[in-house]
Design a protein around this ligand. Structure first.
Ligand code: FAD
Length: 476
């Protein structure tokens, strides 16, 4: 029998089956917490090649890890250390297959970089609103594989809400063409939604038909200092009522998170960073279909109401696009500033926005009482009830030892509090290999049973990304 690697070389061409040299870009996750070893990195150029690769691997009993930009934060896109898995990289599948102006849809291959998808829409005078800090390197296949959220969810929804159809290679190597681009199609189970967010465990997404929107006539950004998390949530309610569909972004940032940006990126201007009575700042975006003037007057009316209400202490509205970009840059620099400060424990959680103030008060007090010296870095997409509730090692002491000794306890305290408040332990980053145990712990036996049944039905050999989402023994 021809060895698998030879078959793969015949399918995609020898230069696209990588087995030697530095493969860390594919074998190591973005946060460099997981270092795997692949049998090979295989880079097909078409859906037919993907299907042939999957069939060859299935025949050989070799498991496959689909990979896009490898920017995922839950260790779902890298191989384990066995040296037996094939990393199937979609990097070469970058074609824009078509744009339908009247249907407001764009069909692209899975390896398209998100920024290029945004640009293709913009070139046609339209908007693809998915936006996140990794957009320069993440791919649409990975975005859909993880049901990525980002900064515009409050108005446009998650990746799932932005997708009208998929083309998928199943674990048996069949091709499912679901790229009709229909806005209404109630014909049985929704297979598209099954694959979205399945993190490469049910099949390989090879193309997607995406929803486009009219470009807003104007987009304005404001930055407000608020006296408490309660006030931030009150401001969110006001913004929803005053701006309606114009509210396209609503981010919250704790003062300590912003102080890290000030410390590690002194070149950035952080408004109200030293305002002692403002424990949080909020970044709001207002997109308007009429004009900049209209957008500004609505924003000013909102902020006036917020001052009267007392939920805003001070606020600035960006005067130019570059000022607005500067404000967003501050928000997006928090993860980097945190990394500069040192090791930390990350949580990507969601809770109903109305319950977030009580959750934060509870979790802050709990962690401070149980873990001496702990520093809380709290920021995120408050408009979606999504917080990056992170824990930085104490300023004095050995951060590595802190993580070794306290990570499990910190996670336990945070996730138990999240469960108590009816939230989710993973709002947008997925389960990956990192949180498999959390899914087992916090999902009901009924939900887990249905997930196992779906996995078994679609991937009976358990070759698609084993150990991701579900434990390995459940996958086979
Ligand atoms: P990868 O990392 O390559 O893969 C992620 C998962 O999807 C893996 O399980 C993989 O197997 C699967 N997958 C990849 N391609 C396919 C495919 N074609 N078919 C089937 N499965 C596939 N995420 C958010 O949701 N919101 C944010 O705001 C956000 N901000 C981020 C900021 C930074 C700086 C970074 C580094 C990451 C951020 N992320 C965010 C996480 C990450 O960027 C997203 O999850 C992104 O969608 C992953 O895309 P990718 O192409 O890099 O996928």
């Amino acid at each position: 029998m021809t060895p698998l690697l030879d078959i793969l070389r015949q399918i995609v061409g020898a230069p696209h089956v990588l087995t030697e040299g530095d493969l860390s870009a594919w074998e190591q996750d973005w946060r460099r917490r997981s270092h795997g070893k692949a049998l090979a990195v295989v880079r097909p150029a078409s859906t037919a090649e993907v299907a042939a690769v999957v069939r060859a691997c299935a025949d050989n009993g070799t498991s496959i890890v689909p990979q896009g930009g490898n920017t995922g934060l839950s260790v779902g896109s890298t191989p384990d250390t066995s040296g037996t898995q094939v990393v199937l990289s979609l990097q070469r599948m970058q074609a824009v297959r078509g744009l339908d102006r009247d249907n407001l849809t764009l069909t692209v291959e899975a390896g398209c970089i998100l920024q290029n998808v945004q640009q293709a829409a913009a070139d046609a005078g339209l908007l693809f609103p998915l936006s996140l800090a990794a957009e320069g390197s993440c791919t649409i296949g990975g975005n859909l594989g993880t049901n990525a959220g980002g900064t515009q969810v409050v108005r446009y929804g998650n990746s799932r809400d932005l997708c009208l159809g998929l083309e998928v290679v199943t674990p048996r190597g069949e091709i499912w063409d679901g790229l009709k681009g229909l806005r209404k199609d109630n014909t049985g189970y929704d297979l598209r939604d099954l694959f979205i967010g399945s993190e490469g465990t049910l099949g390989v997404i090879t193309a997607a038909t995406l929803k486009l929107f009219p470009q807003p006539a104007a987009r304005l950004t404001a930055w407000a200092a608020v006296p408490s998390m309660e006030a931030a949530v009150r401001l969110l309610g006001l913004a929803h009522r005053q701006l309606g569909a114009g509210l396209t972004g609503f981010e919250v940032m704790g003062q300590f998170a912003l102080s890290l940006v000030v410390r590690h990126m002194p070149q950035l201007r952080v408004p109200f960073a030293d305002m002692a009575e403002a424990p949080y700042c909020v970044l709001l975006e207002n997109s308007d279909s009429e004009s900049e003037e209209h957008a500004r007057s609505r924003f000013e009316a909102l902020l006036e109401m917020a001052f009267e209400d007392g939920c805003v202490l001070d606020a600035v509205v960006a005067e130019s696009i570059s000022q607005a970009k500067g404000l967003w840059h501050v928000r997006e620099s928090i993860p980097l500033a945190q990394a500069e400060e040192g090791l930390n424990i990350k949580h990507d959680i969601s809770i109903a926005a109305s319950r977030i103030p009580a959750f934060v008060a509870h979790a802050d007090a709990l962690l401070q009482a149980e873990i001496p010296g702990v520093r809380l870095v709290n920021f995120g997409h408050l408009g979606d009830g999504n917080l990056h509730y992170n824990v930085q090692a104490p300023a004095d002491g050995d951060p590595k030892a802190f993580l070794r000794e306290q990570e499990e306890r910190v996670n336990h305290l945070v996730y138990e509090a999240v469960a108590q408040f009816g939230g989710s332990f993973s709002a947008e980053h997925g389960v990956g290999a990192l949180k498999v145990d959390k899914l087992q712990q916090y999902h009901s036996p009924v939900a887990l049973g249905m997930m196992r049944a779906i996995k078994q039905a679609l991937d009976p050999k358990g070759i698609m990304n084993p150990g991701c989402v579900l434990p390995r023994q459940d996958a086979a």
